[in-house]
Design a protein around this ligand. Structure first.
Ligand SMILES: NC(=O)c1ccc[n+]([C@@H]2O[C@H](COP(=O)([O-])OP(=O)(O)OC[C@H]3O[C@@H](n4cnc5c(N)ncnc54)[C@H](O)[C@@H]3O)[C@@H](O)[C@H]2O)c1
Ligand SMILES: [Zn+2]
Length: 363
């Protein structure tokens, strides 16, 4: 079992990663007058018994709310239901809420915990690879009809228990999605390791040891950045590498046409092309990432379905845009991210080049 410590101003907590990590749960429940679970319904069906067992004595009789699988739980409606649920189940400020699912369920449950009685304790029990990213760092949010993650709060969990046994039931598309963020964590933090990783990593035949190694590495990178900048005033912005264009692609696909990580992979290649054009980066890293992505089934050619003007519209609405300026995290070289202001013309030139390299007709 590996443990990564996250230190923030609000709170310090451990992220415990490995097979059977869920068994640590009961030790975090002493002192809670009530335990409540918010679970992704699909995960509850697959692994709910394990969670029930792990709750032990303290969690016997825990209140339990299943929410729709994946992104469809991140609505105002479901947020309202979580609040009503906690109230009806008699939860107080001394209660503990457990999030059991991927990033979507974790985001909803985290926001529910941040809001109920102005904030109660919560524990993240992530069940996807992507959630190595989303469960650490305290960002919680739901979607508004007009935009993703548009209402939310910073609220750190008291613990993250990452049981890697639960990842065995993940569909391959979700493996691909989560591994994009793991790759991102290596790209933004290490000068030397990216080329070899991109050359050798095969998602289809990934061993459990290798998976855990990459997850722990990603968590260490995220924990380090969040410890230095909890509220995204400075270095936390680097975690948005690949996300400006990626979020636009995700929005254009109608959230669901393409997974978050697949969109981020597209966004990272795009950001590397921008880095070549604006920040003097060489082409080798871009080519290595593109080859890795194509070899592992990331749907790069899907970009043909979206017009640049549409993507630009979404990028301008991104909440990281300020005063109408577009900001991108660029990588002049691996491991050395920088935030750059970029014009619409720059964006268009990089978009055109991306389409050419992906083998689809540029507009
Ligand atoms: N808060 C943050 O810092 C942060 C960071 C990154 C992403 N996010 C959010 O995370 C969400 C994406 O999370 P995700 O990629 O984990 O997807 P998800 O939570 O939407 O889950 C994807 C699918 O996998 C299923 N699933 C989950 N665990 C499973 C398992 N063990 N076995 C089989 N199926 C399983 C779910 O039911 C769902 O159908 C997005 O809403 C994104 O905005 C948040
Ligand atoms: Zn992401």
């Amino acid at each position: 079992m590996e443990t990564v410590r996250v230190d923030t101003q609000d709170r310090s907590y451990d992220v415990v990663v490995g097979p059977g990590a869920l068994q640590r749960l009961h030790s975090h429940l002493s002192g809670a007058d009530r335990v409540a679970v918010i679970a992704d319904e699909k995960v509850a069906a697959l692994h709910g018994d394990r969670l029930r067992e792990a709750l032990g004595e303290n969690g016997r009789g825990a209140a339990w709310l299943d929410v729709p699988a994946g992104e469809s739980c991140k609505t105002l409606d479901w947020f309202g239901r979580t609040q009503q649920f906690l109230l009806e189940e008699g939860c107080t400020r001394q209660s503990v809420l457990i999030a059991f699912g991927g990033g979507a369920c974790g985001d909803l449950a985290g926001y529910a915990a941040a809001s109920y009685m102005r904030g109660i304790r919560f524990i993240q029990c992530p069940t996807t690879i992507l959630a190595h990213d989303s469960s650490v760092g305290g960002k919680t949010a739901i979607n508004l009809p007009g935009g993703k993650n548009m209402t939310g709060a910073f609220h750190q969990p008291v613990a993250v228990l990452y049981d890697t046994d639960l990842l065995r039931t993940l569909p391959q598309g979700e493996v691909r999605s989560g591994m994009a963020e793991a790759v991102k964590h290596v790209l933004i933090s290490s000068k030397d390791d990216a080329p070899e990783m991109l050359h050798t990593l095969e998602l289809a035949g990934l061993s459990e040891e290798e998976l855990i190694r990459l997850i722990v590495r990603g968590i260490r990178v995220k924990a380090d950045i969040v410890s230095r900048d909890e509220r995204e005033g400075s270095v936390r912005k680097y975690l948005n590498f690949g996300h400006t264009y990626g979020h636009a692609v995700e929005a254009a696909s109608g959230y669901g046409g393409i997974t978050h990580g697949e969109a981020v992979m597209i966004g990272m290649i795009y950001a590397l092309i921008l880095s070549e054009q604006k920040a003097g980066a060489g082409r080798e890293l871009t080519d290595a990432l593109q080859t890795f992505a194509a070899r592992n089934g990331y749907p790069l050619r899907q970009i043909a379905d979206y017009r640049f003007e549409e993507l630009l519209g979404y990028m301008k609405k991104d909440k990281k845009a300020s005063f109408g300026d577009l900001h991108f995290v660029l990588l002049p070289e691996a491991g050395a991210p920088e935030v750059w202001r970029v014009t619409e013309e720059d964006c268009k030139a990089a978009d055109r080049e991306f389409r050419i390299r992906a083998g689809v007709k540029a507009e």
